[in-house]
Design a protein around this ligand. Structure first.
Ligand SMILES: C[S@@+](CC[C@H](N)C(=O)[O-])C[C@H]1O[C@@H](n2cnc3c(N)ncnc32)[C@H](O)[C@@H]1O
Length: 252
């Protein structure tokens, strides 16, 4: 029985990969492939584990801080690679999505484990980018907080007026990094992107995390028509497959 289940899983994974490749190739015609051996020394993975954000995990199963690592993505390994050279020069980081723990909020973080604590990713950025101020925003007012080098604000990412008011209140521009880890729905994500992309500096990076498999097509079509440089990055974990373990990285 176990073998049959395993074979079915393999078959599904194979079909998904073939289908996925075919679909992506229709829109994007260049790619590069990176293979790596996951070690426990990636700085951002360690911080992700320490602050219990699901952006990453470490392999040490005895040290997961009460978080179910099955629910964690692979972004921290990638972020450690792309941010390491500039980490001391980064001055401003903004992240949408602080991490609601309200059962009424559909995108809450309760499924990732009882010990999840709101604000983990903002604290992770604060520790990693030692010379940066960290800004966060969320629709759930209960998760807003302020501490040294971290400020948070209310926003509804689907509403232009709300986004405009948030940026006005923040009163900063020239962000080195903006990360959208909000609701992940196409329309609202693009509304937020169009109202926020001007806030990154000329060398800044805008990242949209968790591109749902069902929404890849509209995202890729949208960015193909735009003048932005963008990369669709898909991650693979051998132990578990997440259909949304992927992100878009956009530069001007
Ligand atoms: C995936 S969680 C963020 C997790 C956090 N970044 C972390 O790594 O620990 C998504 C967040 O998006 C927020 N959210 C959902 N819809 C939103 C909206 N329309 N505008 C702003 N934030 C929203 C939720 O309240 C939730 O806190």
């Amino acid at each position: 029985m176990r073998l049959i289940r395993k074979l079915f899983k393999l078959k599904n994974e194979l079909f998904r990969n073939i289908f996925f490749e075919k679909r992506i190739k229709k829109t994007l015609d260049h790619k590069y492939t990176i293979y790596f051996d996951k070690k426990n020394n990636s700085e951002i993975s360690k911080l992700a584990s320490l602050y219990r954000t699901n952006k990453g995990y470490i392999l040490d199963k005895n040290n997961t801080e009460g978080i179910d690592i099955k629910n964690c993505y692979s972004y921290s390994d990638f972020y450690s690679d792309i941010f390491s050279l500039s980490k001391n020069h980064v001055k401003k980081v903004f992240e949408l999505g602080i991490g609601s723990v309200d059962t009424q909020q559909i995108d809450n973080m309760l499924p990732i484990g009882k010990k999840y604590k709101s604000g983990g990713s903002l604290r992770m950025w604060k520790d990693y980018f030692k010379n940066a101020n960290i800004y966060g925003a969320d629709i759930d007012k209960k998760c807003l907080f302020e501490e040294e080098r971290i400020k948070t604000f209310y926003v509804d990412q689907g509403k232009k007026d709300s986004i405009f008011d948030m940026w006005k209140e923040i009163g900063e521009t020239d962000f080195d990094i903006i990360i959208d880890d909000g609701c992940h729905r196409f329309e609202e994500t693009i509304t937020f992107f169009e109202s926020s992309i001007d806030k990154i500096s000329n060398n800044g990076i805008y990242i949209i995390e968790d591109i749902l498999a069902s929404q890849r097509k509209p995202f890729l079509q949208y960015f193909k028509k735009s003048n932005f440089n963008y990369k669709f990055i898909n991650f693979y974990r051998p132990d578990i497959s997440h259909s949304n373990n992927s992100l878009l990285m956009i530069t001007k």
